[in-house]
Design a protein around this ligand. Structure first.
Ligand code: GLC
Length: 415
């Protein structure tokens, strides 16, 4: 196994920043959709990911802030324009071309071809990203409040349409709504309908017949999840919204989500947070980075957060890897960190995960560990460029090249 560390000199923040900017610029797309709507966004990578993805764009906008904040704002405005006035924001928007016929059935759209966007959602990070971009917008301070109504409508849509049992937690219908498409935590829930299995198309068709109504689907089917990571993203966005709008009602909603995560998802035996699946809300006992993601919620009790760090994130048998934070605990039987054309999120280290979790490590005082993670990801980028994901044991870059959200490395390295 080839490792990166000894052979590669420490990359400078300037060279990482230059690489990040080059990839973001190469992947920038702008134009006007045939229905007259203007768009400007960064595609994740060509040729595989040519469209606009919700959470990708949130990360791209944050990454753009240090290079061209105008583009950061345009990317987030385009996310809003891709959705509907009722607050629905799609997982994927097809601005300038349709999915190719072979990939088209993978997207949950109203029709196989011709829909401008999917009927599914992505991890709800938009208000979270909006606040970051607003903080970098000294040249245009009005950005912070120009779309409050639309952002509120989006969060209200999520509560109305996706908190089906009114317990504070929102539900996802398909595994890719979390962005973690083929994560092994979905295997016991989706079985033959998992994202990487042929049954997935049948599930998409079945949910399409129910009009993509989570209320109707959750009443009669079991293939849906109250997903920990998605609810962490939701809570982060509710907190950002409270600050952007100066409205405490959103902070109280965030309190409710966080209380539900603590009461219903936290497993006292392991200290991990598990998803709740189906009508019976069965906890899914698979350790993935999502089970650690409540670490980002700084209002959770310190002992709960420290336990996630000390018993999991820093355990060399679980998540303490040479490069980044593995997407699945290394002691899970399903841990497969190598390249897989059909299945993602089954072990490799992703840049956005390292970027999301390391600030919490710093805040709790684990500076050396945060530095180690940042340096491992920087070394991997210095050798193999901005890739879709990296082998946590060797740092080898895998899957798509020129992958846009890996531009977060510049932020990670300079924190
Ligand atoms: C892959 C990832 C997903 C991402 C998409 C576009 O499907 O699993 O998280 O949003 O690519 O980059």
């Amino acid at each position: 196994m080839r490792t990166v560390a000894s052979a590669t000199p420490s990359p400078t923040t300037t060279s990482l920043s230059e690489q990040a900017q080059a990839v973001l610029r190469a992947n920038w797309r702008e134009g006007v959709h045939r229905d007259g709507t203007p768009y400007a966004y960064t595609c994740p990578a060509t040729p595989r990911y040519r469209h606009q993805w919700h959470w990708d764009s949130c990360f791209h906008a944050i990454a753009w802030c240090r290079h061209d904040v105008h583009r950061a704002r345009e990317e987030l405005r385009t996310v809003l324009r891709g959705g509907r006035a009722d607050g629905f924001a799609p997982h994927t928007v097809f601005w300038h071309n349709h999915p190719r016929w072979r990939r088209a059935p993978l997207y949950a759209t109203q029709r196989v071809r011709g829909s401008r966007h999917t009927t599914t959602i992505g991890p709800p990070l938009l208000p979270f990203a909006w606040e970051r971009v607003a903080a970098a917008s000294a040249d245009e301070p009005a950005f912070a409040t120009e779309s409050l109504h639309a952002l509120e409508a989006h969060l209200d849509w999520l509560e109305r349409e996706r908190d089906v049992d009114d317990d504070g937690l929102i539900t996802i219908l398909l595994p890719d709504e979390s962005g973690l498409d083929d994560s092994p935590k979905y295997d016991p829930v989706y079985g033959a309908y998992a994202h990487y299995r042929p049954g997935y198309f049948r599930l998409v068709a079945r949910y399409g017949r129910l009009g993509w109504s989570a209320h109707e689907i959750a009443a009669v089917h079991d293939e849906h999840v109250e997903d920990v990571w998605v609810n962490v993203a939701y809570a982060l966005s509710l907190r950002a919204m409270a600050r952007l709008a100066g409205d405490d009602a959103y902070a109280r909603r965030a309190d409710r989500v966080e209380a539900a995560l603590l009461e219903r998802c936290l497993d006292p035996a392991t200290g991990l947070f598990y998803d709740l699946a189906g009508r019976a809300e069965r906890p899914v006992h698979v350790s993935t980075w999502s089970a650690l993601s409540p670490l980002m919620l700084d209002t959770l009790p310190q002992d709960v957060r420290r336990r996630l760090v000390e018993e999991h994130l820093l355990d060399p048998r679980r998540y303490r890897a040479a490069f980044g934070i593995p997407s699945v605990a290394m002691d899970e039987p399903s841990f497969r960190p190598g390249f897989d054309l059909w299945r993602t999120w089954r072990g490799p280290s992703w840049m956005n995960v390292a970027w999301l979790l390391t600030p919490a490590l710093r805040e709790l005082g684990y500076h050396d560990d945060a530095d180690r993670i940042a340096s491992g990801m920087s070394q991997a980028v210095a050798r193999d460029g901005l890739r879709e994901y990296y082998d946590p044991r060797t740092g080898a870059g895998m899957a798509a090249r020129g992958f846009s959200w890996s531009a977060l490395v510049a932020d990670l390295a300079s924190a």
